[in-house]
Design a protein around this ligand. Structure first.
Ligand SMILES: Cc1cc2nc3c(=O)[nH]c(=O)nc-3n(C[C@H](O)[C@H](O)[C@H](O)COP(=O)(O)OP(=O)(O)OC[C@H]3O[C@@H](n4cnc5c(N)ncnc54)[C@H](O)[C@@H]3O)c2cc1C
Ligand code: SF4
Length: 477
């Protein structure tokens, strides 16, 4: 375990060039690695200048008390560091692994701004909580008093699970409904295992169960149980269903075999890693092995498809994006990772159609960046006469996600949605247009980040507790 933790903490090839000598037992090597990881975490934490203007903290959506837990780590006071870290974050080891830190805490580190390289805040956060798990400091909910009130949470992604944890710790009866067979939402079936190991997520789910959260899996709300039934069963409902409708590309030939959606490709890969039977993977439909892969899109989902394709043994992996590198929506760190692993980025290139009944290539228009649009971003324009065909055996569409039409699917027209289809809810209390019904995460804010879903889930749980406490007080009077 210590070795595994170490491998995730440092770039072993760069930082630890001498791999385990053949005469050294793995166990001893693990211990050496663990010591090295501790030294590395302490060294990084010690680089924090305690600048007094903690931009890192204000740029963390959870406003984590980063300077304090860095100081504790530098002083070797890891349990205290963990206590401070977990006070504001339900899943610190997950955020430490997959937050785009370059756009959040680390991007605004004063040391980074002065050109000396950021303190690796995410890696230290992961290290602290991984150590806490190993030492048994991470405890399941054990409420002192069981309350009679119950809350139904629809969706077992990070938003729903963060709320479930907070509510359960206060003695509320919590039932989480999810249409998948495993909890975790995109943590489980979206984000690839090389970024977020699945046992890290499952450990959290197991602990929530140990703490008394009830999970009703394979339960599609709107089909297996109606929304109205849930409203009748629970004192409050939290909608945490995420956004899953893949954006399409209306282009000639788009229905050809070999053109697949990013979420299907990534889910198949993640299911395989659990050892599930995945016929579409085994048949080659959702498997990049031996193929020329073209991924369309420039966000983090596209990066995950590219890097998964490399790992599956694709013969070539290219990313088509209609703007240039400076205008990619995804994390620059992810782009650098993909480039390092052998992905070729084809900038200023937009698909205009697909060749073959079984896809053989993407017809590409070359673009240039023109005048800025209303948002200030330069609009891509087609360069006439510069079209060409990019050969491909597998095309993965990663063009983003939209919300499903919940009011229709759930037969609840009074549930107000925005013009983008996200559920309309107060951004502080998360209460929707329906009394006692709350929303959090991607279904409220649109496709976003895990750390924002956690923040929303925690805020929604607080508002639900206020509602429950107010009702209990009225009943007592
Ligand atoms: C491929 C990919 C990679 C990503 N990588 C990162 C990353 O590296 N870092 C990062 O911070 N963010 C990343 N994100 C974004 C992040 O995963 C999401 O912002 C986050 O998971 C949203 O959490 P959520 O709880 O709102 O919803 P989700 O995680 O989507 O969970 C929603 C849950 O609701 C369930 N559900 C939906 N409808 C129903 C229904 N009708 N009945 C019952 N259950 C239902 C779903 O099955 C799902 O389990 C990534 C997203 C994708 C797609
Ligand atoms: S939660 Fe994310 S943004 Fe906040 S400190 Fe951790 S890694 Fe940085």
């Amino acid at each position: 375990m210590a070795k595994q933790r170490m491998l995730q903490f440092v770039n072993v090839d760069r930082d630890m060039p001498e791999k385990r000598p053949p005469n050294l037992r793995a166990q001893d090597f693990g211990e050496i690695y663990a010591e090295y990881a501790t030294a590395k975490a302490e060294e990084q934490a010690g680089r924090c200048s305690q600048c007094g203007v903690p931009y890192c903290q204000s740029h963390c959506p959870l406003h984590n008390n980063i300077p304090d837990w860095l100081r504790m780590t530098a002083e070797g006071r890891l349990q205290e560091a963990y206590e401070i870290s977990q006070a504001t974050n339900t899943f610190p080891e997950i955020c430490g692994r997959i937050c785009p830190q370059d756009r959040l805490c680390e991007g605004s580190c004063v040391i980074e701004q002065s050109g000396h390289g950021t303190v690796t805040i995410g890696a230290v956060e992961k290290y602290i909580t991984d150590t806490a798990w190993e030492n048994g400091w991470v405890k399941p909910a054990a409420p002192k008093v069981e309350r009679p009130e119950s809350v139904g949470i629809i969706g077992a992604g990070p938003g729903g699970l963060a709320a479930a944890d907070m509510l359960r710790r206060q003695g509320v009866q919590v039932t989480v409904y999810d249409r998948y067979d495993r909890a975790g939402g995109l943590l489980t079936y979206g984000i690839p295992g090389f970024k977020l190991e699945k046992d890290v997520v499952m450990k959290r789910v197991d602990q929530l169960e140990q703490g008394g959260v009830t999970f009703k899996m394979n339960c599609n709300v709107g089909e297996d149980v109606s929304f109205a039934e849930l409203q009748n069963t629970h004192d409050a409902i939290l909608i945490a269903t995420g956004v899953y409708k893949s954006r399409d590309l209306p282009a000639p030939g788009v229905g050809a075999q070999g053109i697949v959606r990013a979420i299907d490709f990534l889910t198949a890969s993640n299911r395989k890693s659990f050892g599930d039977a995945v016929p579409e993977f085994d048949s080659g439909e959702l498997n990049a092995e031996g193929k020329r892969v073209v991924v369309i899109g420039g966000g983090d989902t596209a990066m995950d498809c590219l890097r998964t394709s490399i790992r599956q043994g694709a013969t070539s992996v290219k990313c088509l994006y209609r703007r240039d590198k400076a205008n990619m929506p995804g994390s620059q760190r992810e782009v650098a990772n993909a480039e390092e692993e052998g992905v070729e980025f084809v900038w200023l290139s937009a698909p205009k159609g697909f060749a073959g009944d079984t896809v053989e290539g993407v017809m590409v228009s070359k673009m240039r960046l023109g005048a800025p649009d209303a948002s200030g971003r330069q609009s891509p324009e087609i360069i006439e006469g510069a079209d060409y065909v990019e050969d491909a055996d597998l095309v993965i569409m990663a063009l983003g996600f939209e919300p499903e039409a919940l009011p229709t699917l759930w037969d609840v027209p009074e549930l107000e949605v925005t013009r983008w289809g996200t559920v309309k809810a107060d951004f502080r209390t998360h209460e929707t247009s329906l009394k006692g019904v709350y929303a959090c995460g991607d279904i409220q804010r649109g496709a976003s980040l895990v750390v924002w879903a956690i923040r929303d889930g925690r805020e929604a749980a607080e508002a639900i507790m206020d509602q429950i406490n107010a009702a209990a007080q009225v009943a007592a009077e």
